[in-house]
Design a protein around this ligand. Sequence first.
Ligand SMILES: *[C@@H]1O[C@H](CO)[C@@H](O)[C@H](O)[C@H]1NC(C)=O
Ligand SMILES: *[C@@H]1O[C@H](CO)[C@@H](O)[C@H](O)[C@H]1NC(C)=O
Ligand SMILES: *[C@@H]1O[C@H](CO)[C@@H](O)[C@H](O)[C@H]1NC(C)=O
Ligand SMILES: *[C@@H]1O[C@H](CO)[C@@H](O)[C@H](O)[C@H]1NC(C)=O
Ligand SMILES: *[C@@H]1O[C@H](CO)[C@@H](O)[C@H](O)[C@H]1NC(C)=O
Length: 370
Amino acid sequence: MQLPLFLGISTFLFTASFTAAALPKGYQTNTVDGNRWVNLTSLPSPRQEHATVAVNNNTIAVLGGVERIGNDSVQVRVFSTNLVELYDIPSDTWRTAAPLPIKLNHPNAAVVNERIYLLGGLVDTQSPPTAEADWIATGKSYVYDLIANAWTEVASMPPGTERGSAVVGVHGDMIYVAGGMTVLNFVVQDASSTVTAFNTTSLQWQRVPSVAANMPEGRQHAAGAVVEDTLYVVGGRWFERTNVRDTVFSLDLRNQTAGWQTSPSRMPTARGGIAGSAVGSSFVAFGGECNPDTSNGIYPQAEMYDLKSKEWKKLPDMQVPRHGTAAIAVGSLIYIPGGGLQQDGVPIERDGVVSYGQATAHFDAYEVSI
Ligand SMILES: *[C@@H]1O[C@H](CO)[C@@H](O)[C@H](O)[C@H]1NC(C)=O
Ligand SMILES: *[C@@H]1O[C@H](CO)[C@@H](O)[C@H](O)[C@H]1NC(C)=O
Ligand SMILES: *[C@@H]1O[C@H](CO)[C@@H](O)[C@H](O)[C@H]1NC(C)=O
Ligand SMILES: *[C@@H]1O[C@H](CO)[C@@H](O)[C@H](O)[C@H]1NC(C)=O
Ligand SMILES: *[C@@H]1O[C@H](CO)[C@@H](O)[C@H](O)[C@H]1NC(C)=O
């Protein structure tokens, strides 16, 4: 057997494990100043409060979220969407897929064996929807098959566990749903500590051991991932939008009876409304909302947590700072489609013109160097 020349190099394992994932057409990075942001083809339309998943190494899906009717000055309606868009990494192009059976925002979604599982989210309480967010949880759940381009309903979240804006992680054939919220309007925004699991083999919901069934504190609008055998929940909010948190909660999925742990290492900037994903053992948390220190209320920060050394490092700020988006890693790139450009519900005056929160179609990716 003839071995490739680089086999002796110690980075071989990393090199090999990242060759399978495609890079977007036109991919280039400028590493000279440490800027590793890559601009990609924009979403077909502005979008925020959606879910982002990787169906396989070539395809990213953006699910649900909210769209707006109005202009920069007057927001007439904000409404949930059933829009599903697929991004093809090698060609850097978008296409529309079969819509979700319901319109929802803040959906919980994950992929197992190239099937997308959409497990609950938030839906409009009023029809037609109003100018401001007024949403409650639904437990409705569906599975999407890429080849058939079709959604099929599966078991709803058990009564009392319906929520959106949770952290979702995959471990084997199980999908873990951690935290989230049941109501989001401009009076009440709760935070759930509930942890449940969906078995993609039996297509049923399962309880986790009671010691693991609640996180140390409720979290909504957090970020997280499963890395190796551990589920991480990073940052987020505990009730309301300004109760931002800097915690890293973790659960060993092989030994759930050990319960949730709180890392002694805190995220440098407490934030909610963040997006995050992991490349290898590096988890990056991007953006966020309700920053008292910026005029648009957005956190521009990108901060990276080394899950092994438990050290945080600041990365260059987001090129287009935003909140209400979702990130997914494929290979060494973390893809971040769309998001909100300014804090929702708060009019912001710029050059004498008042504008409300607007979503963006901007799509970029951050390359994590290993
Ligand atoms: C990427 O796009 C953003 C928004 O349009 C822009 O501000 C930024 O300069 C672009 N970055 C590069 C490297 O082209
Ligand atoms: C925005 O929409 C409102 C309500 O329809 C309208 O009165 C206003 O003229 C619009 N403003 C701009 C800049 O188009
Ligand atoms: C998922 O369901 C299958 C089929 O019922 C079962 O064999 C398996 O043990 C379940 N997985 C877990 C982790 O409970
Ligand atoms: C699981 O965690 C418990 C509690 O920390 C510990 O006592 C037990 O040894 C662990 N089991 C394994 C297999 O690691
Ligand atoms: C996807 O890429 C990863 C490495 O980034 C690789 O380990 C995996 O085997 C690939 N999956 C498929 C189905 O090619």
